[in-house]
Design a protein around this ligand. Structure first.
Ligand SMILES: C[S@@+](CC[C@H](N)C(=O)[O-])C[C@H]1O[C@@H](n2cnc3c(N)ncnc32)[C@H](O)[C@@H]1O
Length: 288
């Protein structure tokens, strides 16, 4: 069987399953699987379309295709996901980084550049770092102007983030296992960012698509999804420098409640920003 024949047959099989699983993307998924197994780019597969697959390649492809047909996310199957144009290793220990979270990076970066007008160097904390996506994206833009710490409760996530940092060569970033702020010493930060778990455990979306395969510890929080957001907002003032900013991603229907959580007199008036789908997704405030 050659590349074209395998692509046609895998695309048809994935398309058949689309009626049960609308998250499948037959042509793209088949192509990504073939790229992964043959270690060739899409262009190279196209150029050498008549190349015969070895028996080992065919067997590996059959196994991976079955996993995709069961709904397993492509990112877990190929072990990689791009975020902020950075190739990140992913694993089932944590969330697959979402394009929506790039909005949180943009909003935090905007504040970072303004603060760099009067600060030489920034200290940044990423709470619940997962793959390290947000911390590494910020590092890719701010270079040596920022020292960044990412923390996660999951040791596996911390090890994954460390691997990503090493692969990207960002020595200005470090990762640490911590239950939110617990393992931090007397550090204070110019910026704290977080995409914490914020989904209500009853949310029916938890039974659909990629999230079925992701750890609940990365997704779900008590009090209709608000308990971790609340903890972070309550404790952040102890870890922020004067006029430092706290930036939080949250669910599209949670902006009002998150603004309420910021209503303490310690904070300047909080602001909510929309994501690319025009939903309220990032709320932030500056410490007085
Ligand atoms: C929604 S995921 C976000 C991952 C990553 N920041 C991203 O945006 O792709 C939330 C992360 O918070 C971590 N987490 C959950 N509870 C935590 C806690 N008490 N302390 C630190 N991290 C926690 C989870 O392990 C998970 O990696």
């Amino acid at each position: 069987m050659n590349y074209t024949q395998w692509l046609n047959s895998a695309t048809a099989e994935l398309a058949k399953n689309c009626q049960f699983d609308p998250y499948l993307n037959p042509k793209t998924d088949a192509n990504l699987l073939l790229q992964f197994v043959t270690k060739r780019s899409k262009a190279s597969i196209f150029a050498f379309a008549e190349t015969e697959l070895s028996n080992a390649e065919q067997q590996q492809l059959a196994e991976l295709l079955q996993r995709r047909l069961q709904g397993e996310p492509m990112a877990y199957i190929i072990g990689e996901k791009e975020f902020w144009s950075l190739p990140l290793k992913v694993a089932t220990s944590t969330l697959i980084p979402r394009p929506d979270t790039e909005r949180l990076v943009e909003v935090a970066l905007d504040f970072a550049y303004k603060r760099l007008d009067f600060c030489e160097n920034l200290q940044i904390l990423d709470l619940g770092t997962g793959t390290g996506a947000i911390a590494l994206a910020l590092a890719s833009e701010l270079g040596k102007k920022a020292q960044i710490i990412g923390v996660d409760k999951s040791l596996n996530a911390v090890q994954l983030a460390q691997q990503n940092r090493q692969n990207l060569g960002f020595s200005q970033v470090s990762f640490l296992q911590s239950d939110w702020f617990d393992s931090l010493q007397n550090d204070t930060f110019d910026i704290i960012v977080s995409n914490p778990p914020y989904i209500d455990k009853q949310d029916e979306n938890l039974t659909q698509g990629d999230v079925r395969f992701e750890p609940l510890s990365a997704l779900v929080a008590e009090q209709q999804g608000l308990s971790d957001l609340q903890k972070i907002i309550k404790n952040a003032p102890l870890y922020l420098k004067s006029e430092g900013g706290l930036f939080l991603e949250h669910g599209w229907q949670q902006a009002e409640q998150v603004q309420q959580l910021f209503s303490d007199s310690l904070w300047h008036e909080p602001k909510t920003e929309k994501d690319y789908g025009n939903n309220d997704r990032v709320t932030w405030a500056i410490l007085r």
